[in-house]
Ligand binder design. Structure first.
Ligand SMILES: CC(C)(COP(=O)(O)OP(=O)(O)OC[C@H]1O[C@@H](n2cnc3c(N)ncnc32)[C@H](O)[C@@H]1OP(=O)(O)O)[C@@H](O)C(=O)NCCC(=O)NCCS
Length: 203
């Protein structure tokens, strides 16, 4: 994620959450170098989703994930999480965690697919709506079981035409009708643009 993506990211953020992150929070997050990994999913030049991960030693913490309302249920979040896991494995992260609203069944289903399990509750974590957070962990992300889960998801996305090949997992096919629906074909790619070292967030 780069600074130039932030207007679109904020539009999605504001529509996705009752208490959205501000521009300042995103700017601060993407300035934190390797300790934060933020990705955007793009279709042509359009940002259609994003995902963030905080890295603490050998743990990865998914901080945020959201998809544009026009592109929901098309596999974009799965694609973003696959990317986050790929990066996590590359950084020798062992376990991944996140918090999710107790009522957010849709997101929980997504996380179950990646091997996250509920391990606890943070009472009243979302104070503005008086709601608890479910704490989920995916332990040992490089276990064969977890790798197989992700391989299965990757295969499904490939079948749906959302990934051109396993080897080139950062690319979407150039004319992905299943993702584009009625829109004219665009060059589609997921940008795993995460390098924010040295405050290099101006592009
Ligand atoms: C949660 C969210 C990111 C999912 O994005 P998405 O791109 O629509 O998700 P995907 O198409 O990749 O679907 C992944 C899985 O999520 C679950 N899911 C997604 N949409 C669903 C729906 N409407 N009903 C039930 N399950 C759903 C399914 O398990 C799905 O897998 P399947 O298609 O194999 O059944 C999206 O709904 C969103 O932006 N929500 C608002 C922000 C939010 O709640 N973020 C999570 C904070 S913890």
């Amino acid at each position: 994620m780069r600074r130039r993506h932030l207007p679109a990211v904020l539009r999605i953020e504001n529509r996705s959450y009752p208490r959205p992150w501000s521009l300042g929070i995103f700017l601060s997050e993407i300035s934190l170098g390797e300790a934060r990994q933020y990705f955007v999913a793009t279709l042509g030049s359009k940002v259609i989703g994003y995902c963030g991960m905080m890295v603490i030693l050998d743990e990865g913490h998914i901080t945020n994930i959201a998809v544009d309302g026009s592109y929901l249920t098309k596999g974009v979040a799965k694609r973003l999480l696959l990317n986050a896991f790929d990066v996590a494995v590359g950084l020798s992260i062992k376990d991944m965690t996140l918090e999710v609203r107790a009522s957010n069944q849709i997101a929980q289903r997504l996380y179950f697919k990646f091997g996250f399990e509920p391990v606890g509750i943070r009472k009243n974590y979302y104070a503005e709506s008086n709601e608890d957070a479910l704490i989920m962990w995916c332990y040992d992300i490089s276990s064969s079981e977890n790798c197989q889960r992700r391989q299965k998801i990757r295969g499904e996305l490939e079948e749906a035409g959302l990934i051109t090949s396993v080897q080139d997992s950062a690319e979407l096919p150039s004319e992905s009708e299943s993702l584009l629906g009625e829109e004219p074909p665009l060059q589609g790619s997921f940008e795993d643009v995460v390098q924010t070292q040295g405050g290099d967030v101006d592009e």
